[in-house]
Design a protein around this ligand. Structure first.
Ligand code: PHE
Length: 483
């Protein structure tokens, strides 16, 4: 760490990279689906409250830890031990983060690969004409192990290439191109949505809260998703914050990231729902699986129903691929930064080691998508139908099988909430308040603390930990599931 540490070239560079991490499949694939499932309105309102009240303060807490220590999550807590006397054991937060990053990346890269194939399919339809899909085409596609391997490999390869080039020359440069292009495509698609007849219904579905439709499950899902979509609870923001210059405002940057992420999730819903509302018969096609809406229903809607779909279709999937790429970059960076900071590896070696090991897990995920392979029935505590193993699978993994669901459940339901909880407790109760105040710059020369800081600290101490404990409680005792 004594060598000069790479830094973001500009404050905009940091905001775009961090927003790039936040904006991903969570916004374009998952949020539209879960908001649809939960009947929009009231669910969206709860989601917005979770983002503003809990997501934003945790985002600020993570970035401030990173910026203060100028190091990645594991050594960050060692540095804070030296600076402020808090226990070194807090570095477990960093390890949880690395584990979460690895767990998410190994399945995320597979789904990201699907965007490449949807893009190719759309392009093919644009050139050769649309042919309606056969029944079960998506299942066959997922089970095509060789193809899945190639798609995930391409995606992981590009991710590794960018991360290998470092912060300012790799990640910042890439996200400075990816994010504006993404925003531009989104605006074009949104303008198109405004001209469609389903727009009125879409807006009232999304923004008129019908409180009687709210369920406990919906509230928990909104809360859980707030973590995933903002990339919180796993040290990604600690890591990105560690490359931030002292002069920049963490508060402003955090607000910008959160606003961008939320706006993009809502715009994605507007784009997809206007199609679904304009052509009501398409709603029957939304399959029961989460993957359904983005990768099976949407491509066909573009071609069979929409004017201009032949151009907008391929463009839409470039958007999905770009959004996913800026997220996989941040997922890989967490492990790479650990190897560089803690084990003094060069960035190139660290990237090859991290990306290579994670890709080995990705291969397991790919095999487990094909029911012909025994690994598709993988369960951590064995496949017995009764006994201790069965009970443990039930408690910890809701008896899900296969590596994709295993890693997704492990990260989204366990690692992110637990990591997030430890971060709130640490910054709320253990870290000297002066450190946070100083990093956030929320105190004037006369020592007056800005009211925003008081709210921030109060939320981190009481509200956020209680909300997260509620998630963890329901994961264990309720039949709840956030994935
Ligand atoms: N926030 C990303 C998304 O919405 C996923 C992600 C989670 C990325 C955690 C990095 C870390 O898709």
């Amino acid at each position: 760490m004594s060598k000069q540490r790479d830094q973001w070239g500009s404050s905009l560079g940091f905001v775009l990279a961090a927003a790039g991490s936040a904006v991903g499949l969570g916004n374009l694939w998952k949020f539209p689906y879960i908001a649809w499932d939960n009947n929009g309105g009231a669910f969206v309102l709860v989601y917005l409250v979770c983002i503003a009240l809990i997501g934003l303060p945790i985002m600020m807490a993570e970035i401030l830890i990173g910026r203060r220590t100028q190091s990645s999550p594991v050594p960050a807590f060692g540095a804070l031990h030296e600076q402020t006397g808090t226990s070194k054991r807090w570095s477990v937060v960093g390890w949880i983060g690395v584990l979460a990053g690895v767990s998410i990346l190994c399945f995320y890269a597979v789904i990201a690969g699907w965007s490449l194939s949807s893009f190719a399919q759309c392009l093919n339809w644009s050139i050769n004409g649309y042919t309606p899909p056969e029944d079960g085409a998506f299942g066959a596609f997922i089970g095509n192990t060789g193809l899945q391997f190639m798609l995930a490999l391409m995606f992981s390869g590009v991710t590794a290439f960018i991360v290998m080039r470092g912060i300012s020359r790799g990640i910042e440069k890439a996200t400075k191109i990816l994010m504006p292009v993404l925003l531009l495509i989104l605006v074009v698609l949104a303008i198109n949505a405004l001209t469609m007849k389903g727009i009125g219904q879409t807006l009232s579905f999304l923004f008129v809260p019908r409180l009687n439709e709210l369920t406990t499950h919906g509230v928990l899902e909104a809360l859980g998703h707030a973590f995933f979509t903002l990339s919180l609870g796993m040290g990604a923001m600690i890591t990105y914050g560690s490359y931030m210059k002292k002069a920049e405002s963490i508060t402003k940057a955090s607000v910008a990231i959160v606003v961008l992420d939320t706006a993009i999730a809502l715009i994605a819903c507007i784009i997809m729902y206007t199609i679904l509302f304009s052509f009501p018969e398409s709603q029957d096609q939304i399959s029961a699986s989460t993957a359904g809406m983005l990768f099976t229903t949407m491509p066909h809607m573009f071609y069979s129903k929409m004017a201009g779909g032949a151009i907008l279709g391929p463009i839409f999937y470039i958007l999905v691929a770009f959004a996913a790429l800026s997220s996989t970059i941040s997922l890989l960076e967490v492990s790479v930064a650990l190897l560089v900071d803690r084990f003094s590896m060069t960035r190139v070696k660290a990237t090859l080691a991290a990306a290579g090991s994670i890709f080995a897990l990705t291969i397991c995920v790919i095999f487990s998508l094909n029911s012909g392979f025994a690994v598709s029935r993988f369960k951590l505590f064995g496949t017995a139908d009764s006994g201790l193993g069965y009970r443990l699978n039930e408690i910890f993994f809701k008896n899900k099988q296969g590596f994709m669901d295993f890693f997704d459940h492990l990260a989204s339901n366990w690692l992110l909430p637990v990591g997030g909880l430890l971060i709130t407790v640490y910054v709320g109760w253990f870290l000297n308040k002066k450190v946070s105040l100083d990093e956030l710059g929320l105190q004037d020369e006369n020592g007056n603390v800005h009211p925003f800081f008081k709210v921030f600290h109060f939320v981190l101490r009481y509200i956020a930990p209680l909300a997260i404990l509620y998630i963890i409680y329901s994961v264990i005792f309720g039949a709840e599931d956030f994935t």
